[in-house]
Design a protein around this ligand. Structure first.
Ligand code: NAD
Length: 495
């Protein structure tokens, strides 16, 4: 685990990761891997001023040319995938294939954004007035502030930045205070791409480092046209109204409490594999992790014992080692929250399998299966840890109602081979989430679709489909190419 070598290959100066006051620890063994200098009011102000100046220049660069910068960024990410993927693993603890997968996701969204740079389509609209035409155009928005969480330390930035840049915006990124090193590495790669590009304005994409007080400066600054925040519902509840108070735009990607339904016709073997990945992958620290499972009464006694067998065999340990599937929790606070949730479940009468602390360095845990009779109490809350609450159900209606009866609305799934059940789940009276899957778990989204959720998940959409529209200003344009001035709705105003 040679962080100095990794950072130096990625272009981060040794000085940038030492001597500061923000200590960075790897969850692998809790050792210190950096001490990064934080930003203050003055440096954030400078960053936002420079970003705004950069936006004023960048908005006039033709979109396909802006796409070329993102293409070059994608090239840098391809060339440095192994190093950056390893750094992701070291800094946030996800297993190496997921660290590499996160960088692949960055590459994918860059490719998507390059294509998008030639497809920022508007509409032409029929005018009711003779000799007129109307159209809808999409204009660059301004500075986009990106505030991200620890467990997708780099991909979330790229979902936002790749789109924001081709849409003609500048970006200022505040990564999680738990993962600043990966952000510095990505910034170094961006700067290399900008040098190859040649004439990108200075400060087009910047990183500022710090805790929530630094994030709050982005939130409150009128120069930031869009604040895109990814993190807890608690954080979004604070940020959303603050941005709204200054009539800024926010894009909220907040907590999930994702459910799965296993129906009687399900392929049990496949469901067990999918449930294991969704509930225990990334040690349960994905916003889309599976947290609640509803199993139909007739198959409960088949499914749960085989799920427990699979849980018992999960390789837990060093996330850099080949074969490991479950790495550590991010820190002590995450471990304490997991045990607080398990204690509350026990007090609700739950039967708990797993959950024990493993080893003496770092916070490694065996993922827990928690069987409960009732859907209540702690089950309704998101605990960012590998806890799967399992409950029985009788009818499909009952399972859909249970699934929807939480405040969060991010991701959901059903395992069934019955077409009627699958389509019902995907219908207007089915899942109320932003993401609904059939015969795959709720996690592991691809960048081609819009990503995000409803209710307390915040309503924002990032990544694919037409999520790019959040990063642009919609303008309705009317042109009169006649010599008359007819008014709409037949209004007369002759002077
Ligand atoms: P967190 O809310 O503690 O922190 C997220 C980021 O917000 C950090 O950069 C933090 O410094 C900043 N922040 C916190 N309070 C702030 C404030 N008042 N003003 C401005 N910035 C503030 O979240 P976390 O523990 O890093 O991440 C886990 C959470 O993120 C989970 O709830 C998870 O579900 C959620 N998440 C959601 C999505 C999604 O797309 N819906 C994606 C990833 C993570």
């Amino acid at each position: 685990m040679n962080v100095t070598d990794l950072l130096s290959r990625l272009g981060v100066d040794e000085k940038a990761r030492s001597g500061g006051t923000l200590t960075v620890k790897t969850p692998i063994d809790g050792s210190e891997i950096g001490a990064v200098a934080g930003d203050d009011g003055a440096s954030v102000d400078t960053a936002l001023r420079v970003a705004h100046d950069a936006f004023l220049k960048w908005r006039s660069v033709p979109a396909p040319r802006r796409g070329e910068l993102v293409r070059l960024l994608g090239d840098e990410l391809r060339a440095n995938k192994d190093d950056l993927g390893q750094l992701v693993t070291i800094e946030c603890g996800k297993v190496l294939s997921e660290g590499l997968g996160e960088v692949q996701e960055m590459i994918d969204i860059c490719d998507f954004a390059v294509g998008l740079s030639r497809q920022l389509y508007g509409l032409t609209i029929a005018s009711e007035r003779p000799g007129h035409h109307m159209r809808e155009a999409w204009q660059p928005l301004g500075v986009v502030g990106i505030i991200s969480a620890f467990h997708f330390p780099v991909a979330v930035w790229s979902w936002n930045a790749a789109l924001a840049l081709v849409c003609g915006n500048a970006c200022v990124w505040k990564p999680s205070e738990k993962t600043p090193l990966t952000a510095l590495a990505v910034q170094a790669l961006f700067e290399r791409a900008a040098v190859t590009f040649g004439d990108a304005p200075d400060g087009l994409s910047q990183v500022i480092i710090g805790k929530r007080d630094v994030g709050e400066r982005i939130v409150d600054d009128a120069r930031v046209a869009l604040v895109s925040v990814t993190g807890s519902t608690r954080m979004g509840r604070e940020v959303g109204p603050r941005v709204a108070a200054r009539f800024g735009r926010s894009l909220l990607e907040l907590g999930g409490n994702n459910a799965g339904i296993v129906a009687p016709s399900a392929d049990i073997k496949m469901a067990v594999r999918a449930i294991c990945f969704a509930a225990t992958g990334t040690a349960g620290q994905r916003c889309t992790s599976l947290r609640r499972l509803f199993v139909q009464n007739d198959i409960y006694d088949d499914l749960i014992p085989s799920l427990k067998r699979a849980y018992g065999a999960l390789p837990i340990g060093d996330p850099l080692a080949q074969g490991t599937l479950i790495g550590p929790l991010i820190d002590r606070a995450a471990f304490d929250q997991m045990h607080y949730a398990l204690d509350r479940a026990k007090a609700q009468g739950a039967t708990i399998f797993g959950g024990e602390h493993i080893g003496d360095k770092g916070y490694y845990v065996r993922p827990a299966i928690v069987e409960l009779e009732k859907h209540e109490g702690i089950v309704l809350e998101e605990t960012f840890a590998p806890i799967l609450y399992v409950m029985r159900y009788d009818t499909l209606d009952e399972s859909i109602a249970l699934q929807n009866s939480v405040n969060q609305g991010l991701s959901s799934c059903i395992f069934t081979r019955d077409l009627l059940e699958a389509e019902r789940f995907l219908s207007a009276t089915g899942s109320d989430c932003g993401i609904a899957n059939v015969n795959i778990g709720p996690s592991g989204a691809e960048i081609g679709g819009a990503f995000g959720g409803e209710k307390e998940t915040g309503g924002g959409r990032e990544s694919g489909s037409d999520a790019w529209k959040a990063y642009m200003r919609r303008q309705t344009q009317t042109v009169n190419y006649s010599s008359d001035l007819p008014l709409a709705q037949g209004v007369k105003f002759d002077v």
